[in-house]
Design a protein around this ligand. Sequence first.
Ligand SMILES: *[C@@H]1O[C@H](CO)[C@@H](O)[C@H](O)[C@H]1NC(C)=O
Ligand SMILES: *[C@@H]1O[C@H](CO)[C@@H](O)[C@H](O)[C@H]1NC(C)=O
Ligand SMILES: *[C@@H]1O[C@H](CO)[C@@H](O)[C@H](O)[C@H]1NC(C)=O
Length: 368
Amino acid sequence: MGLGRRITAVAIFGVICLSQWLCLANGAGGVHHNATAMNSRRAPQKLRCNMYEGSWVFDDSYPLYDSSKCPHIRKEFDCLKYGRPDKQYLKYRWQPHNCNLPRFDGKSFLKKFKGKQIMFIGDSISLNQWQSLVCMLHSAVPQSTILEQGSEPITNYTFQGYEVSVLVFHSPYLVDIVEEKIGRVLKLDSIKNGATWKNIDILVFNTWLWWYRRGPKQPWDYIQIGNKIVKDMDRMEAFKMALTTWAKWINTEVDLRKTKVLFQGITPQHYHGKEWNEPEVTNCAKETQPLKGSTYPIGLPPASHVLQGVLNKMTKPVHLLNITILSQLRKDAHPSSYNGFKGMDCTHWCVAGLTDTWNELLYNVVTS
Ligand SMILES: *[C@@H]1O[C@H](CO)[C@@H](O)[C@H](O)[C@H]1NC(C)=O
Ligand SMILES: *[C@@H]1O[C@H](CO)[C@@H](O)[C@H](O)[C@H]1NC(C)=O
Ligand SMILES: *[C@@H]1O[C@H](CO)[C@@H](O)[C@H](O)[C@H]1NC(C)=O
């Protein structure tokens, strides 16, 4: 094979890796490879693997850690502690169609990111994923003390000996809410917190859950766009404006040579059985199995298309941590009533559980 052909392959590899695809050029897929499989991976057409396309398979080597040994799980997510009787939801591994995900290696993560900071920014779904990453790392180095710092809106956990900080920044809309004379104003074109975010090495953003909140659950009184103040507006339009503000902020303020930026796909909820062809079901209370296959009956939530549209227009490469479909399939992975406040929760996810897979995907993105 000529040099020209090899250079072509490398160029394809480079382009694909900068976009939202993952490449496995060297058989890094781990345990399952053999000579045939590795050879076929070298063929250019096999270089591309969309790790977000796949299905859930039973794997008895999961979960990745024993959640009862993780000292940091909040009562919202600690399903086993609050009596969840079925355990099979812990035993699924995400299997992409065209490649294998390397198993999460907490020690190598901590060594690779020694002295660095990773921050999850967004609503309680970010908190959920942050908890899972803390447990995954803690289980790899249980003897390492975790230094707990920070104050609202930041929580900062640093693994001593590695100086890796895993942070969560509570910002449900990403854009600002400011207390003014007229009341609390949601400012769709302002991101003041960005000053803190841009010095971090890895940023994982997420916002969606709060955009349709109304009544007492709505934490603002007015919306401001430029000089215009309104009482309310189309919420999807507001969501799109805020994402656009965020995208502009990334384009102008963040140095992507120093900071890796990921945006998390829309997280699904499971309150409407008709979405997965069980119309009589109204929550996730009795769900103990994922859906089979690779697609969700009602398809992607409309907000996904808005998010994709904004990301497509960005001039800088931001990775979409596209967990939407794989999470839609996991109607079994929510706490339901097995949490410390006994409410029915089909929005968040048990820790250990699905969010560990999000972090395995994240690990793959930031280490490849
Ligand atoms: C090696 O991998 C190829 C392609 O995935 C598969 O068809 C074959 O059965 C595997 N061979 C062994 C010995 O596992
Ligand atoms: C998090 O804590 C570490 C260790 O004290 C510190 O070095 C780092 O600056 C903190 N990060 C932020 C954003 O406060
Ligand atoms: C995410 O991945 C799925 C499956 O590959 C794809 O259909 C979808 O368009 C992707 N993007 C978004 C925003 O969900």
